[in-house]
Design a protein around this ligand. Structure first.
Ligand code: FES
Ligand code: FES
Length: 160
């Protein structure tokens, strides 16, 4: 008899039915079972934030969540941002500000900022730094990432 558990969830607007082993974490499920390799895995212990996705509107480290715990959830990954070859406004802000080098951390920042954007409300630069502190970047020194996030969130606020 299979040890697998049946899960039904929504991923990037698409309904997913799958049988998963109970020990598989959500990041591996997204990457290996669904082929959504934009979600990156760094530490697998909740420290680097590179695996951040949005679950029911909230940023979530997908290495700390079992796939079976996502049953019934609505998951969004970095693949949901662009439309074909067209970058989303947040992705474009990262590009414009040179906010990435190797890009390994970028999906984690993009999804964390997307959740912040939806939450709304103004943030000081220090508050923004605090909100993004859960994602580690080894390349950029963070300044350009903060600039990209600030520029994007200001533009969203100006649009109302
Ligand atoms: S891989 Fe999930 S926090 Fe590092
Ligand atoms: S751009 Fe390389 S880890 Fe952030």
């Amino acid at each position: 008899m299979s040890d697998k558990v049946h899960v039904t969830l929504t991923v990037n607007g698409r309904s997913v039915d799958a049988d998963v082993e109970p020990r598989v974490h959500l990041a591996d499920f997204l990457r290996h079972d669904l082929g959504l390799t934009g979600t990156h895995v760094g530490c697998e212990q909740g420290a680097c934030g590179n695996c951040t996705v949005i679950s029911d509107g909230v940023a979530l480290k997908s290495c700390l969540t079992l796939a079976v715990q996502a049953d019934g959830s609505e998951i969004e990954t970095v693949e949901s941002l662009a439309t074909g070859d067209q970058l989303s406004p947040l992705q474009q802000a990262f590009k414009d500000a040179h906010a990435l080098q190797c890009g390994y951390c970028t999906p984690g920042f993009l999804m964390t900022i997307t959740a912040l954007e939806r939450r709304g409300g103004a943030l000081s630069r220090e508050e923004l730094r605090g909100e993004l502190a859960g994602v580690i970047c080894r390349c950029t020194g963070y300044e350009t990432i903060i600039e990209a996030a600030e520029d994007h969130l200001a533009e969203v606020a100006a649009r109302g």
